[in-house]
Structure formats: C-alpha cells, structure tokens
Design a protein around this ligand. Structure first.
Ligand code: ZN
Ligand code: ZN
Length: 324
C-alpha cells in the first residue's frame, strides 16, 4: 500500500511536473511572442546594415559612404544634420534633419525606409529639405509606401531654391546653393553663427557694454564660420557657384571620374566632376579638409587611390581625403 501510494504519488508527481513544464513552456512561448511583438527595436545594439566611414576633424565627425550609382549618405552627429539618404545605416536614424541634394536613387532610395523606421522607433517625424522641384514627387512616393507598407509616413518635407537659408538653431544656418547636374540639384553650406562684439565697443568695460545693450544698442555683430559644404553630384559650375564652398572647414565633394582617358565634355554633360577639374582649381581651396567621394565603380578602389595620390598637387595632398 505504502509502496503503491508512493508509486501513485510518484506517478502523480511526474504527471504534475509534466503539466507544470508544459504550462511553463506555453507561458514562455507566449512571453517570447509578446517580446517579439511589443519590445521596440533598440538603437543600443549595433546593426551593421551599411558601410560607414568616419573622419574626425576638430569638433566635427564626418560619417558616410558614397559611390556613384551605388549609394550616398553622410551625417555630422555634432550638427545633428545629414546629407542624402541613398541608404540609411541603422545608426543614422537618430539624426533628425536631412538635406537631400537631388533625387537620383543612389541619393534618396532610403528616404521612405528612414521615415518609417523613425516612426517605428517612436521618434519625432524628421525634417527633410530637398530641391523644391522634388517635393511633389517625394510626397507621392511616401503616400505610395503608406499604402503598400500600411504604416504612416510622418515627415516634414521642405522644398528649397538656390539662395534659400534655413535657420536650424541660434548657432546653425544652412544655405542652399545651385549645383549643376542632370536633374534639379542643390549643394548645402552649414554655417556656425556667433555673436561678436563690434570693434567700436572693444575699449568699453563690461558694465558700459551692458548699459548700452539695455538702452537698445546692438553692440554685437553676427560672425559666420563656414563649417561644412556638401556638393552632392555636380559638374564644376556647382563648385564655383558659391565662394564660401572654398572656405568651408570641411568640403565634401564628388569626384566621380579620375581616369585620364575619360573625356571632360562627356563627364560635365552628365553633371559630374573629374580629377582634372579639381587640379585646375587647386589654388582656390582654402578648406582644412576636402573629402573626395562618389567615385565611379568603373575602377578598382586601389586604382582610384593610386591615380589620385599620384596626380594631386602638393598643396592639396595632405588635405584631400579619398573616401573609399
Ligand atoms: Zn550619385
Ligand atoms: Zn546624381
């Protein structure tokens, strides 16, 4: 009896155990399913979905990647702005403001992806500046994806014309300037804006300056420091359109073609720049760093590197970064 009871008891305990296990498993499965369904995707975990090169220059980090007809995307985290969205590296999602140079696919294909991801991550809708001619088309594109993906596509699209200025903050102003490509296109210059005491007040004491200010006198003048210029795709007139481009601390330009046998007339007709164009302007660049990018895929990266390094004049050698 005892044995039987024990036996029964053992059998009971085993079956109880099995029931508990299966309940536990069901609960775990349910929990896992709930995790997958409700846990928001994390930005803390790296997702390596696109190549990103980086360069530190003073207090700016320039991150990006760019090859002609492949994909172009750039951002400067410290300024909280990005340029072009050919692809959106996962880490670029936190950048809330973008300037699109033109609507060729290698510069804009990831725009709907980026907008949808920001929404999925419960981030503020982004602000996207782009050539005014492209706004209707991009709006229609987002609407089409809203239907296809069945998710909202919240974004503020703002069209710009050459010469327009955008005040991003008290410290940052962006100017759009004309570039020359095969479709409407813009380059962008980011200024840092500072207030500087006007020279006529330099001899005054702090109290005197304060009194003047309180009496309504504007004692300071605006000082603008060109921080970053981004050209997107352009033939040389885009480089020459706006003098400040040559003075930006960091200039990001396209250098699609470098081989000696490529004809300038054809390259310019298709709205691109050749290494010869850069060399012809060597004396004009006052930039601290010039990032040469958007190289064609016709040549192997090693060939591009060799050609550019061999032909660059001394005055540019240390400053030109070959972005491959
Ligand atoms: Zn391109
Ligand atoms: Zn293009």
């Amino acid at each position: 009896m005892v044995g039987l009871r024990l036996g029964r008891g053992f059998a009971d305990r085993v079956s109880e155990q099995r029931a508990t296990d299966s309940r536990r498993q069901t609960r775990r499965k349910r929990l896992l399913a709930a995790d997958i369904e409700t846990t928001p995707e994390s930005l803390d975990h790296p997702v390596d979905n696109a190549p990103v090169r980086a360069l530190q220059h003073q207090n700016l980090t320039i991150e990006g990647y760019s090859r002609a007809a492949v994909q172009s995307y750039w951002r400067i985290p410290e300024l909280k702005v990005g340029f072009d969205l050919g692809v959106q590296p996962w880490s670029f999602m936190t950048t809330p403001t973008w300037f699109v140079s033109h609507t060729h696919l290698d510069h804009i294909a990831a725009l709907p992806v980026y907008v949808a991801r920001r929404r999925m991550m419960k981030m503020e809708p982004p602000t996207i500046y782009l050539p005014a001619e492209a706004v209707d088309g991009v709006e229609a594109l987002l609407r089409a994806f809203q239907r296809l993906d069945r998710g909202r596509m919240p974004a503020e699209l703002i069209g710009l014309k050459p010469g327009d200025e955008v005040e991003l903050s008290r410290e940052l102003v962006v100017k759009a300037f004309a570039t020359r490509h095969t479709i409407p296109s813009l380059g962008y210059l980011v200024w840092e804006r500072r207030k500087k005491l006007k020279p006529e007040y330099h001899a005054l004491t702090g109290d005197q300056i304060r009194d003047l200010r309180l009496s309504g006198v504007e004692v300071s003048a605006e000082l603008r420091i060109p921080k970053v210029a981004y050209l997107g795709d352009t033939s040389p007139p885009g480089l020459d359109a706006f003098d400040e481009t040559y003075r930006a601390q960091v200039l990001i330009l396209e250098l699609t073609f470098v081989a000696p046998n490529e004809r300038a007339s054809v390259i310019h007709k298709y709205g691109h720049t050749h290494l010869d164009d850069l060399i012809a302007r060597a004396d004009r660049f006052e930039n601290e760093v010039i990032i040469a990018s958007h190289f064609s895929t016709r040549l192997h990266p090693d060939q591009i590197q060799r050609i550019v390094e061999k032909r660059l004049p001394e005055s540019l050698k240390g400053r030109v970064k070959i972005w491959l």
